[in-house]
Design a protein around this ligand. Structure first.
Ligand code: NDP
Length: 279
């Protein structure tokens, strides 16, 4: 089994972004600038924001964080201000959001939508136009590309159909001419689908749900899952049993998530360049 580590790839993306940001700053006398807006007190979201801050600082991206509690109107006002502020070039609205703020994701200026989650960004992805793609979906494609995994004509099975991972990765795989099957909680025979896959992308959110015996020996498996169980980070694929069976597999941690972090940074740089009309 070949382990498809994301660490070297992530380091390469980071290195090239450091140089690019330095050049962009010299060229424009401005800097990519991210604002993260959090509503409520979710500790995991706060920890995620801190990790993003660290990644931004390492690359030279300006970082700003605003947290509001019990002031939904003020939160929307802050978002509108960020949309207009020319200094702010990327906006991340953290989830979970309360019901009264669910529509705020759609309020994000699509040019600053670094997570590619507005319907404008997803619509462009759907029709094949250049846009900011959801970082995790793009990270899966980066890993396949980095390890020269053939995609054209291959049978890809994506387990999970969320708007941020499952759906976008299935579209990106189709754009590369894979024959894509999307599985979800109502799929009749998941094991049959998996056994017939050349490429499996697991984005379910259930720790170690996919076991080696459910997979084919020739499959390449991309594990998107990040599940914290008793303080340990586990994927959606049972690594030990899958490693004995399949051709190639991403580890968790050190796989998709590691690359996603840097693809997210690259999206911040892309939105800066789009706003400054730099090719
Ligand atoms: P969601 O909860 O939004 O979606 C989960 C999907 O899995 C749903 O489509 C659901 O089906 C499907 N599903 C649930 N149970 C089963 C089952 N028994 N069999 C088949 N399909 C099932 O999750 P996300 O897409 O947001 O995240 C998926 C995983 O990826 C999580 O572990 C998350 O933490 C991780 N993640 C990792 C990232 C990274 O950078 N590494 C970034 C984002 C997410 P249905 O639609 O029918 O309910």
């Amino acid at each position: 089994m070949k382990e498809l580590s994301g660490r070297k790839l992530a380091a390469e993306i980071k290195e090239s972004l450091i140089k690019e940001v330095e050049n962009l700053k010299n060229e424009t006398s401005a800097a990519p600038h991210l604002i993260v807006l959090q509503y409520g007190e979710d500790a995991a979201s706060k920890a995620y924001a801190s990790r993003i801050e660290k990644n931004c600082k390492a690359i030279g991206i300006e970082f700003e964080y605003q947290q509001l509690i019990n002031q939904p109107e003020k939160f929307k006002a802050l978002l509108k201000k960020a949309n207009k502020d020319t200094k702010i070039t990327s906006i991340m609205v953290q989830q979970p959001l309360p019901a009264e703020l669910k529509d705020s994701l759609e309020m994000i200026n699509p040019q600053k939508d670094l997570e590619g989650i507005t319907s404008a960004s997803l619509g462009k992805l759907f029709v094949g136009l250049e846009t900011l793609n959801p970082a995790t979906a793009e990270a899966c494609m980066e890993i396949l590309n980095y390890y020269d995994i053939p995609i054209k004509g291959q049978r890809a099975v994506v387990v999970g159909r969320s708007n941020i991972v499952g759906k976008p990765v299935s579209i990106l795989l189709q754009q590369k001419h894979a024959t894509v099957t999307m599985c979800h909680s109502r799929t009749r025979d998941l094991e049959w689908e998996l056994k017939n896959a050349d490429i499996v992308v697991a984005a379910v959110g259930k720790a170690e749900m996919i076991k080696g015996e459910m997979l084919d020996k020739n499959s390449v498996v991309i594990d998107v899952g990040t599940n914290f169980i008793d303080g340990k980070l586990l994927g959606d694929v049972d690594f030990d049993s899958a490693a004995k069976k399949v051709k190639a597999l991403t580890p968790v941690p050190g796989g998709v998530g590691t690359v996603t972090n840097q693809v997210l940074m690259r999206n911040i740089v892309k939105s800066f360049k789009n706003l400054h009309r730099i090719k």
